[in-house]
Ligand binder design. Structure first.
Ligand code: AMP
Ligand code: MG
Length: 408
């Protein structure tokens, strides 16, 4: 059932109930998996490190050979080999033997501890084939065990995790070359309006350069979703309907701006019936961007946002972003809410709910001058990093009041 004039929370609920979580998966190279959502549990397929290794440069030897060693009675130990990281010593140490060993090198069989190079106070012979050790060592002193980092079979990364450089490092350390991840959402973005022209064309009377198409395109890219379709469309309902129809087979969601209010050219009142799309809501109690519309066409959710640039930016955050988080399985996209103290007055009375732009720093939020808040104005949003959520019926707000903000 369609809802007209609803609260933001209801709108978000409708949107989230509509969206299916991404089911398609693909394999990608671990090195290209940054920002992707893992679609499988990852277990360690072997112990890591795969062998006992030395944590320092010194000599690997047998602790029992050093029993009784002291300054007065140093023990002579025969150095039979040298092992570097990447190499290995195939011989088992016999009584009275040691190998010179470097950090990261495998500890040979028979050895159960490592003495630091600096601790060989008794000295070396000329050929470095004999050392005099003047202290005892505990068994497993300076000894890194095989599997100390990760035991074979351990669940290392859970399905649903967003892969960052750390997870990529973990995968690489386990020799995982490719991982199964969820497909990215495929989005189509359309900016409608006969007045719009694109940068690169000359500005003509009555025309304006488009802000929304590029803005939303870039925002989606920031979220790791490069739109597969991004187009400017004129205010012709048939053509807009056609463009949507063409795109719907190729995308998981459609976002449009413009044409949702009550003017003659607010074409979505015609576009949706042409498509026989199901409109789930229209008009949300918030400013800017009240006339936002949400519909489903051929199973694809469509967000129709107001064309006013600040309104488009705000309703994108409030309505589209939660959908991207859920459907794209990217928890990190859910908007963070915080409390902050106003640094400036905001004396415009809010009859309905209002979102204004702000700049938050260390718990304090400053706002541009009141004249710069109109929904059509984007320029004053430069440098802003949050939206201030001003509830319905708030009176004048003064410096020092506590407000709720949404981080952008
Ligand atoms: P509309 O939502 O189509 O009624 O447009 C509301 C206001 O936003 C009008 O002043 C439009 O010219 C302007 N507008 C619509 N779309 C865009 C856009 N993509 N870029 C910049 N301004 C726009
Ligand atoms: Mg328009």
């Amino acid at each position: 059932m369609e809802q007209i004039g609803i609260e933001l929370e209801q709108a978000v609920e409708i949107i989230l109930n509509t969206g299916n979580r991404m089911k398609r998966t693909q394999f990608v190279f671990t090195k290209e998996a940054n920002g992707r959502i893992l679609a499988e549990d990852i277990y360690a397929s072997f112990d890591n490190p795969p062998f006992h290794r030395s944590p320092l440069d010194g000599f690997a030897l047998r602790s029992k050979d050093l029993v009784g060693a002291s300054k007065e009675m140093p023990k002579p130990i025969q150095v039979i080999d040298t092992v570097y990281a990447g190499g290995f010593c195939s011989r088992t140490l016999n009584q009275g033997e040691a190998v010179r060993i470097m950090t990261g090198a495998p500890i040979p069989d028979g050895a159960d501890c490592v003495i630091r190079l600096e601790d060989i106070n008794g000295g070396f012979n000329e050929e470095n084939t004999l050392i005099l050790v003047d202290r005892e060592l505990e068994q497993y002193e300076n000894f890194c065990f095989k599997g100390e980092d990760v035991k074979k079979g351990t669940l290392l990364l859970k399905k649903g995790v967003k892969l960052t450089y750390i997870e990529q490092g973990i995968l690489s350390s386990l020799g995982v070359e490719q991982v199964k991840v969820y497909d990215k959402l495929r989005a189509a973005v359309f900016a409608t309006g006969d007045e719009l022209i694109e940068p690169g064309t000359e500005l003509k009377p009555g025309k304006i350069y488009d802000s929304n198409l590029l803005m939303l395109y870039a925002r989606l890219c920031e979220f790791g979703i490069t739109p597969v379709i991004a187009k400017h469309l004129s205010d012709e309902p048939e053509k807009v309907a056609d463009a949507i129809k063409q795109s719907c087979e190729r995308v998981d969601l459609v976002i449009t701006t413009g044409g949702v209010s009550v003017g003659d050219k607010d074409i979505f009142h015609e576009v949706l019936p042409i498509l026989k799309a199901e409109r789930l809501f229209w008009k949300v109690n918030l400013k800017p961007g009240t006339p936002a519309m949400f519909a489903i066409y051929e199973g694809v959710p469509m967000f129709h946002l107001s064309g006013n640039p600040f309104a488009a930016a705000t309703t994108f955050e409030l309505l589209v972003r939660p959908y991207l988080a859920k459907a794209g399985r990217d928890e990190s996209l859910y908007t963070v809410r915080k409390r902050a103290v106003l640094e400036d007055d905001f004396i415009k009375i809010s009859n309905g709910r209002r979102f204004i732009r702000g700049k938050m720093e260390e718990g304090k939020v400053s706002i541009p001058p009141a004249a710069k808040h109109s929904s059509g104005m984007l320029a004053s949003m430069a440098g802003c990093n949050c939206l201030i959520d001003i509830p319905t019926g708030s009176g004048e707000l003064y410096k020092g009041s506590e407000v709720e903000i949404l981080l952008l």
